[in-house]
Design a protein around this ligand. Structure first.
Ligand SMILES: Cc1cc2nc3c(=O)[nH]c(=O)nc-3n(C[C@H](O)[C@H](O)[C@H](O)COP(=O)(O)OP(=O)(O)OC[C@H]3O[C@@H](n4cnc5c(N)ncnc54)[C@H](O)[C@@H]3O)c2cc1C
Length: 246
């Protein structure tokens, strides 16, 4: 465990109703020289004492100011984080983890994200966009509605100039007009939960490298659909956002 560093909130960005990005100033090069997919921990001052360290994926690209994109879950993420003001002092440790390790070396990549599980892929794709990477990427982003896909516009812009196709998998979307965007070949919509049929429609190379990040229930469903489609689920690189507060 690396030592904690003092850091300062530069700004917070409300991404949607329950998701906030915090951008931090921290004097430690490791937080800008991390590998996309890694996480850091964050402690904040809460009622006069330091909170426990909570892990969050670094959602920016290497070289950016340290940023984390946080969805409200318990009290820390839904009350303490959104209330942070610019200039607030916090503590960070990291970077940690090996999710998406060496992903830049993979020519064909399939990323599957559930909700805020998009954060490691945001980091990877922001990095790919900045480095003009040519890796062929397919991103399945599973959300309830399109309004939940807070980074959709930025990802669409990245897809327009990189080798990225985005498939928004929406389980409860009620706007049928979303499903007919033929003028945007790199943006597709699927209705329902992630399924083997969706894989058949969009994956043309089962030898691609697969990455999965999302809640554990969603991961189980996705892995079983991948297996049914003939993908070795043991070969899927996975990150679970499991935090039990210990
Ligand atoms: C490697 C990694 C990367 C992650 N990256 C991200 C990310 O990029 N973005 C993101 O949004 N999240 C991410 N997470 C998840 C994030 O760390 C947790 O959601 C967050 O720390 C939980 O904060 P909380 O507000 O629920 O905490 P607290 O309110 O302190 O709750 C602590 C824990 O106890 C549980 N809990 C709270 N109240 C109860 C109760 N009454 N009974 C039982 N259990 C309860 C909560 O579910 C929580 O798990 C990541 C986790 C890991 C491990």
């Amino acid at each position: 465990m690396s030592a904690e560093k003092n850091a300062k909130i530069i700004r917070t960005v409300k991404e949607n109703e329950n998701t906030t990005t915090v951008v931090l100033d921290v004097e430690d090069d490791r937080f800008s020289n991390f590998a996309p997919g890694q996480f850091a921990t964050l402690r904040v001052m809460d009622n006069g004492t330091w909170s426990k360290p909570h892990p969050f994926t670094i959602s920016g690209a290497p070289g950016d100011k340290l940023q984390m994109t946080i969805k409200g879950n318990g009290r820390f993420t839904s009350e303490v984080i959104p209330a942070l003001d610019s200039g607030a002092q916090v503590q960070c440790a990291g970077p940690f983890g090996a999710f998406c390790k060496d992903i830049s070396l993979k020519e064909e990549i399939v990323m599957i994200a559930g909700g805020v599980g998009i954060t490691p892929f945001l980091s990877v794709l922001r990095h790919f966009a900045r480095t003009d990477a040519s890796n062929a990427c397919i991103l399945f982003w599973c959300n309830k509605t399109f309004a939940d896909a807070f980074a959709a516009a930025e990802l669409e812009e990245i897809a327009s100039r990189t080798n990225l196709t985005i498939i928004h998998v929406l389980s409860r979307e009620t706007k049928p007009d979303l499903y007919y965007e033929d003028d945007k070949p790199h943006i597709r919509f699927e209705q329902g939960r992630f399924s083997r049929d969706m894989l058949a429609r969009h994956i043309h190379s089962p030898s691609a490298s697969f990455y999965l990040c999302g809640p554990s229930g969603m991961q189980e469903t996705v892995l079983s659909e991948l297996s049914a489609y003939g993908i070795d689920s043991a070969a899927v690189d996975k990150e679970a956002f499991v935090y039990n507060g210990a």
